[in-house]
Ligand binder design. Structure first.
Ligand SMILES: Nc1ncnc2c1ncn2[C@@H]1O[C@H](COP(=O)(O)OP(=O)(O)OP(=O)(O)O)[C@@H](O)[C@H]1O
Ligand SMILES: [Mg+2]
Length: 506
């Protein structure tokens, strides 16, 4: 099947499969009927023609012959002698051919008299009859302006051929009419069959459309994550197992049932795992804090041998790292569960200033720049979490770029969104790490990363917090320029109030 035919709708294909054979059958019946009727009509003409030939032959036997018309009163002698004899109908053709030349010819007119042929008619007659065989067999010839004729040629004396013919115009007219009627009735029949067929097919396929609509609605549901309910099912009327469409509908319903239970099972196990991580992190917090506390206590008491002090220092550092990790895990588990976001207007401008000055304190070897709009930009959100977003981004600059790197934090409001950018001119994120950089535990393998004890959760938290605020985060990094762009919806710009401006300018 060609690609184009395959693209036809089922309705079109069914209609074609129904109408094309119907049209072929109608055409075959029409051709057969027309041929039979024409044969029958020709047979009748041939019958009359043989009688006309007999009459002509008798008339041709000369004076005294039974048909000889010489004695008829008012005889107008046009055409061959044998033509105008009693019993010959109008339209009868008579011609005498000698040595391939028509020497006389006429047709009987309406009044029963012989009418000479016009020049054009005579020319057509000569062309057709010159090579006619005097075998007495009827044949159909086309005589130009005279139309088709059924003619019989018989030998009459030396080298002379007598041709008698009957017009086929009534046969042709009857056949033409039959063909017109057949074509008209056939086309009407096809049209009616097409309309009825189309309606019936449409009705039959309607349940299939409903099944497809159900599948389409389900396909639009976000099945990949979260609690998913699949309330859509194919209506019971379209699931009758006795019909083909019903079987498709029933199969789709079974599929939806099993997809729904699969999703529910996945969701349940995800929820269990999340709760386990949250519980475990929560439970770990206390012992980790205790370890930190006790090591600190012992170290501060002093009097420890040097190597023991060094070991304790190590234990304390690892405990600090572990408590950061546990906090991150707990936060991620809570964000996954969709909790933990307070919503109030957060002044991002003030937040940027705070976080950058913290970064400055923590990383005095880097250059920290800000680029802020004149008016404060506010977004609805959780101030502590947004603080953490920017802190994580700046901590990355501090830990993953060499001293002397410049980090610029930019803020602007754009189309109702607050756009926060952290740009640094450090070595950039390795290309193979970039696609998955926001995934959990994704981290570069540089010695700086290892030395800083990074865990690879910082950007995962950024992504989760931003997503929790309905925003987007993206990274674009080449050596010498790394840009993290955070977009948060619902930004408003607070124009500084007159008093503040006055106080500032005073
Ligand atoms: N500004 C940056 N310049 C170069 N590399 C970066 C930058 N920011 C992130 N990276 C790379 O992306 C990785 C993932 O960063 P992410 O903050 O998720 O984890 P981390 O910093 O390694 O660990 P954590 O933040 O949990 O302590 C980092 O390990 C680092 O290789
Ligand atoms: Mg980090």
């Amino acid at each position: 099947m060609s690609t184009r035919a395959r693209r036809w709708s089922l309705r079109t294909r069914l209609l074609c499969a129904f109408l094309v054979p119907l049209a072929v059958v109608l055409a075959v019946v029409g051709v057969a009927a027309t041929t039979a009727v024409r044969g029958e009509l020709l047979g009748q003409v041939d019958h009359r023609l043989s009688a006309a030939v007999d009459r002509s032959a008798q008339a041709d036997e000369g004076p005294g012959g039974p048909g000889w018309p010489g004695g008829w009163p008012g005889w107008d002698d046009e055409g061959p002698d044998f033509l105008v004899v009693p019993g010959q109908g109008d339209g009868t053709l008579g011609a005498r051919v000698e040595d391939g030349t028509v020497i006389e010819a006429a047709v009987i007119g309406r009044e029963g008299e012989g009418e000479a042929l016009t020049r054009a008619e005579a020319a057509a007659l000569t062309a057709e009859l010159a090579r006619v065989d005097a075998d007495g067999q009827p044949r159909t010839v086309s005589l130009g302006p005279l139309g088709s004729y059924r003619v019989v040629a018989t030998a009459a004396g030396d080298d002379e051929v007598m041709v008698t013919g009957l017009p086929l115009d009534s046969v042709d007219a009857a056949v033409l009419r039959l063909v017109v009627v057949e074509v008209a009735v056939g086309l009407l029949g096809l049209l009616a069959a097409g309309l009825v067929g189309s309606a019936v097919i449409g009705r039959t396929l309607r349940p299939l459309h409903r099944v497809a609509a159900t599948a389409g609605r389900v396909a639009q549901l976000p099945l990949s994550s979260g609690e998913v309910r699949l309330p859509d099912r194919v209506p019971a009327a379209d699931t009758d197992p006795h019909t083909e469409v019903g079987r498709v509908g029933a199969a789709l319903n079974r599929l939806l049932d099993s997809v729904e239970s699969g999703i529910a099972a996945r969701q349940a196990s995800e929820t269990r795992l999340r709760r386990f991580v949250a519980d475990a992190s929560h439970e770990l917090r206390t012992p980790v804090t205790s370890i930190r506390g006790y090591t600190e206590l012992v170290r501060h008491r002093g009097g420890l041998p040097e190597d023991a002090d060094a070991s304790l220092r190590r234990v304390e550092a690892e405990a600090v790292r572990m408590s950061g990790l546990v906090d991150d895990l707990l936060l991620l588990a809570r964000l996954d569960a969709g909790r933990e976001l307070a919503v109030a207007d957060v002044d991002l401008t003030g937040l940027v200033l705070d976080v950058v000055s913290d970064a400055h304190a923590a990383g005095p070897d880097h250059r920290w720049r800000v680029d802020l709009p004149p008016a404060a930009v506010l977004v609805p959100g959780d101030a502590a979490r947004l603080h953490q977003v920017l802190a994580n981004l700046l901590a990355n600059v501090r830990t993953h770029t060499p001293p002397g790197t410049t980090a610029t934090t930019r803020l602007r409001a754009e189309g109702g969104e607050a756009v926060l950018e952290v740009v640094d001119d450090g070595p950039g994120i390795p290309a193979d790490l970039q696609p998955g950089v926001f995934e959990r535990f994704a981290r570069g393998d540089s010695s700086r990363s290892r030395a800083s004890g990074s865990t690879g959760l910082g950007l995962a938290i950024v992504a989760a917090v931003v997503a929790g605020h309905g925003g987007r985060v993206a990274v674009d990094s080449v050596p010498g320029r790394t840009v993290f762009t955070v977009r948060l919806p619902g930004a408003t710009v607070a124009e500084p109030d007159a008093e503040e401006v006055a106080a500032l300018s005073a």
